[in-house]
Design a protein around this ligand. Structure first.
Ligand code: NAP
Length: 314
């Protein structure tokens, strides 16, 4: 079978840590070009813009977009208009209207569009979904806490409009919970705390309820010191299920925790290969809808300015 020739747009942390290794280990793909604002050398022809790539002689079947979310729409639109397949890193875009427009364009062009939610592919997530399917769930507690200075150094885009602040990691928790619960979630309340110099929240507390009446609360903190905490605890009528480390570790009741292999990005690329073969769209916006509702309906408070290299001022 012919390899899918990939251009990678945005050669930052996630592209280097995950996409390039996953692409190199999957024989169905070939990395043939990269687009980056900086002169990022990854051993393939490099272009400064997507327009330059599309004007070039490079032969590309699909484009994987790993830029910050704010610039994704214009890039994806140009690429889809050329009839190329697209994978979008999470979150697919900062605006729901942009995602809907991209879905319509991909369908009109008959090409694949994949909104990747990497945490849904973590080893514990599918076993958790299957276990919960036959349980009477009572309550869910999400704790998603990390130190932005450790995990996102220098990423000023995270504090700009559309950067999402603490929802940049927090949407990963929402991507898991919307996958493992059998019914839909509705946002009831949100408390959002914005540093005085930022356009995105540094802390958020969400109160949600499922169609079956299960309470789901989420505590998201981007100023958490020490070890990060990426946990989801589901209390059922028979036992408690806990997903830790972003879904990599699963513990059910008194059983020992099970740590699965790191399979998120290899699985995303296997799924993308299938979508490209079938020329189909896989775009689920439910995690982004919950974030949008929190921005629409949440109460807002202001915290001291966030200054990355000086600690919290004020
Ligand atoms: P990052 O390290 O800041 O990298 C983003 C890259 O995109 C930078 O190399 C940047 O180039 C480039 N870029 C910005 N605008 C561009 C444009 N118009 N055309 C081409 N390249 C452009 O950010 P990241 O951590 O990789 O995150 C990127 C996305 O992946 C985010 O949506 C994030 O939520 C998601 N993600 C991140 C992680 C993680 O662990 N970091 C995990 C999963 C998903 P310059 O440096 O030249 O501006």
């Amino acid at each position: 079978m012919q390899k899918i020739r990939i251009a990678l747009v945005g050669v930052g942390k996630i592209a280097r840590d995950q996409h390039i290794p996953a692409l190199l280990q999957n024989p169905g793909f070939e990395l043939v070009a990269a687009v980056s604002l900086m002169d990022e050398q990854v051993g393939v022809p490099h272009f400064a813009t997507v327009a330059e790539l599309l004007r070039s002689a490079a032969v590309v079947d699909a484009v994987v977009i790993c830029t910050p979310p704010q610039v994704r729409f214009d890039i994806a639109r140009q690429v889809l208009q050329q009839g190329l397949h697209v994978m979008l890193e999470k979150p697919p875009a900062p605006r729901l209207t942009e995602v809907q427009a991209l879905v319509a364009l991909a369908k009109a062009q008959g090409v694949a569009l994949f909104a990747a939610w990497h945490c849904r592919e973590a080893a514990g997530v599918e076993p958790a979904r299957q276990w919960l399917a036959s349980r009477a769930l009572q309550r869910v507690n999400i704790s998603w806490k990390e130190d932005v200075r450790v995990w996102h150094p220098g990423q000023a885009w995270i504090w700009q409009p559309g950067g999402m602040g603490v929802f940049d990691p927090g949407i990963n928790a929402l991507s898991i919970i919307t996958r493992i619960l059998p019914d839909r979630l509705v946002l009831r309340d949100a408390n959002l705390v914005f540093p005085s110099n930022c356009h995105a929240p540094i802390r958020a507390q969400l109160s949600m309820v499922s169609s079956a009446g299960v309470e789901v609360v989420a505590d998201l903190d981007f100023e958490h010191r020490g070890e990060p905490c990426w946990d989801i605890v589901c209390e059922s009528d028979t036992a408690t299920l806990q997903l830790s480390e972003g879904g990599a570790v699963l513990q059910i009741g008194e059983q020992a925790p099970v740590r699965g292999p790191d399979v998120e990005y290899p699985r995303l690329y296997r799924r993308f290969a299938q979508l490209v073969r079938d020329c189909t769209v896989d775009v689920d916006t439910t995690p982004l809808e919950l974030v949008a509702d929190a921005f629409l309906c949440g109460r807002r408070a202001t915290a001291p300015a966030f200054i990355e290299d000086q600690g919290i001022s004020g």
